[in-house]
Ligand binder design. Structure first.
Ligand SMILES: Cc1cc2nc3c(=O)[nH]c(=O)nc-3n(C[C@H](O)[C@H](O)[C@H](O)COP(=O)(O)OP(=O)(O)OC[C@H]3O[C@@H](n4cnc5c(N)ncnc54)[C@H](O)[C@@H]3O)c2cc1C
Length: 544
């Protein structure tokens, strides 16, 4: 055991491991990259996390930078949950519900809690956490907060950031802070502190003041965004709050040890409309009109013809009795979850009219079994991810772009052109109501040609979304994969501001370095894996 591991073992309550197996397990996440940690720590409590941070801070003061990477379940698709220093794995012990107020719906949890389990608990109280990712069964709340995750219900309810009320965060030097909205008096108190916390409040306040004119550049014309740091929502007319900045910061500004979340009333009785389109431009018009309704649908999802063909190839029975051939170019699923039947009927009537105008066909379902059957069309995407064709398999390289709603059909066309130009296939699915597409081209990481092609495809794709006024990431975060495109996305002046923010929180660069900020494409190329697998989560995924 190394000196570092030995020291940590003596000082923390949780387990410290350096075995080859443990380090190998944590050397990959859901991304195409690999990096092996030198030590794995399973903190028992916040104090353990503080001790790890304080230790690396003291080492850094003496000139040795030992990175800390926070880890939930490691499903991150951009390589944000791997690192070559200390891996702090939260799910083992820091996984409890600490408080749940069933009247207000406010819940306080530790970050390592499994998202799906929390969701089940909330539902028994008639509540739910709407921005859940598709990976909820095998990911954590800490990961969702750090990535600003979102999913099929975000079209109506918003992203994770909209639900985080406050956080407890261990800073780079081991201090703990509690975030939340501060009024002027409370802010002044923070500004006067002689600690790192005080230094952070003073510096952020000054940086925001000096760069006020830049902040509007952070507002892209998209409905969601997980790229960069959210500096826009810190100072509002309601006060000053660092919470939105930590949400989406991917462990690069601090380690979250407690999360206070708002929730929504849960209504499982919904109305589902399924529209079938052969004209992408008409699908684009339908999306805009659906988003223009007085009350938003609770989901506007899509899958394309490639996905349906692939699912049929993998399991010819999966979609029998659900959708018949020839498959349409695009299927759109629209759901309403209003509390009253009357409101649902009124909205579905309006959605029907939209489908009558633009879809070649559509159907409406309120029966539970029928709805479940129809949702299989969308949820089949998970089985495609687990599939391989020879040595080629779907790889998360260009899986999370988003554009302004008005550019939805241009975006889809651009994606199909890109796939054809590069002679690759991919199923396309995602959140049509947010113009947020998911796609993973089939490539073979064992082939030199594909390894080069992958970065070429990424360059072309991120140019496409940036060119359409979109963001490189709607919900998965920058990680390592998309970090090199951040300066292009926001411009050099905003990027320089991000660098200053990172410097304020993490002056020695111990917090998840190589993620989100100060990363070039040359930094990430050597980290490319030679194989890719969803192995650790495979048991939780639907098999078709
Ligand atoms: C098949 C599949 C489907 C997916 N679908 C979606 C989707 O629909 N929507 C979506 O948003 N994402 C999706 N993802 C991406 C990912 O699953 C989510 O973003 C998820 O919320 C990450 O949680 P995790 O526990 O796996 O986090 P990890 O992968 O372990 O970590 C993610 C990031 O969070 C940081 N982190 C973790 N815990 C802490 C902490 N306590 N303090 C500070 N930082 C921390 C890590 O350092 C890392 O930067 C999908 C991934 C897969 C493989």
């Amino acid at each position: 055991m190394s000196k570092v591991a030995h020291y940590l073992q003596e000082h923390v309550l949780g387990e410290v491991m350096t075995s080859v197996d443990a380090r190998r397990y944590f050397s990959t996440d859901g991304s195409i990259f690999t990096l092996t940690p030198s030590v794995v720590v399973y903190p028992r409590n916040e104090n353990d996390v503080r001790k790890v941070a304080r230790f690396t801070w003291q080492l850094a003061e003496r000139g040795r930078v030992l990175p800390i990477t926070a880890r939930g379940s490691g499903t991150d698709q951009g390589g944000a949950a791997i690192g070559n220093g200390i891996m702090v794995a939260f799910p083992a012990h820091m996984n409890r519900v600490l408080e749940l107020d069933s009247k207000t719906g406010v819940v306080v949890v530790e970050p390592g809690i499994n998202y799906g389990k929390l969701q089940q608990t909330l539902q028994t109280h008639g509540r739910f956490l709407p921005p859940f990712p598709a990976s909820l069964e095998y990911s954590t709340i800490g990961g969702a907060v750090a990535n600003n995750a979102s999913g099929e219900k975000s079209v109506k309810y918003g992203d994770t950031r909209a639900f985080v009320k406050s956080l407890r965060v261990v800073l780079a030097n081991g201090e703990v802070i509690e975030t939340g909205r501060l009024n002027k008096r409370e802010l002044n108190k923070k500004l006067g502190l002689s600690t790192l916390e005080g230094e952070i409040y003073r510096s952020i306040d000054t940086l925001l003041e000096e760069n006020n004119g830049l902040l509007s550049k952070l507002r892209l014309g998209t409905t969601k965004n997980s790229a960069g740091y959210d500096l826009y929502d810190i100072r509002t007319k309601n006060g000053f709050d660092l919470t939105p900045l930590f949400v989406g910061s991917q462990g690069t500004l601090g380690l979250v040890t407690e999360v206070t979340l708002e929730t929504e009333p849960y209504n499982p009785s919904t109305t589902l409309l399924v529209g079938y389109f052969d004209d992408i431009a008409k699908a684009g018009k339908a999306v805009l009109e659906l988003r223009g309704l007085s009350d938003s649908p609770s989901a506007v999802e899509m899958v394309d013809e490639n996905l349906l063909n692939l699912v049929e190839k993998l399991n010819p029975n999966h979609l029998v009795d659900v959708i018949s051939k020839p498959y349409p170019k695009l299927v759109m699923l629209v759901e309403f979850d209003e509390g009253s039947d009357r409101a649902q009927k009124k909205l579905s009537k309006k959605a029907r009219k939209i489908f009558e105008r633009h879809a070649k066909d559509f159907q409406v379902a309120t029966d539970e079994a029928e709805k479940e059957k129809l949702w299989k069309i969308r949820h089949a995407a998970a089985s495609v991810l687990a599939h391989s064709e020879g040595n080629s398999r779907p790889l998360p390289v260009i899986e999370d772009g988003i554009v302004p709603l008005s550019q939805y059909s241009e975006y889809l066309k651009g994606v199909y052109d890109l796939l054809a130009r590069n002679h690759v296939t991919a199923a396309v699915w995602g959140h049509a109501g947010d113009a947020n597409l998911h796609l993973q081209p089939f490539l073979d990481l064992g082939q030199v040609g594909d390894r080069q092609k992958l970065f070429r495809i990424a360059d072309e794709y991120y140019d496409l979304v940036i060119g359409l006024g979109g963001s490189t990431s709607a919900e998965h975060g920058d990680g390592r994969l998309r970090a090199p495109y951040l300066a292009k996305l926001y411009g050099a002046d905003v990027y320089a501001l991000f660098q200053k923010i990172k410097q304020v929180f993490d002056p020695y660069g111990t917090l998840n370095p190589g993620v989100k900020i100060n990363v070039t494409s040359e930094d990430i190329k050597p980290l490319l894996r030679h194989e890719y697998s969803l192995g650790p989560w495979y048991d939780h995924m639907p098999h078709s």
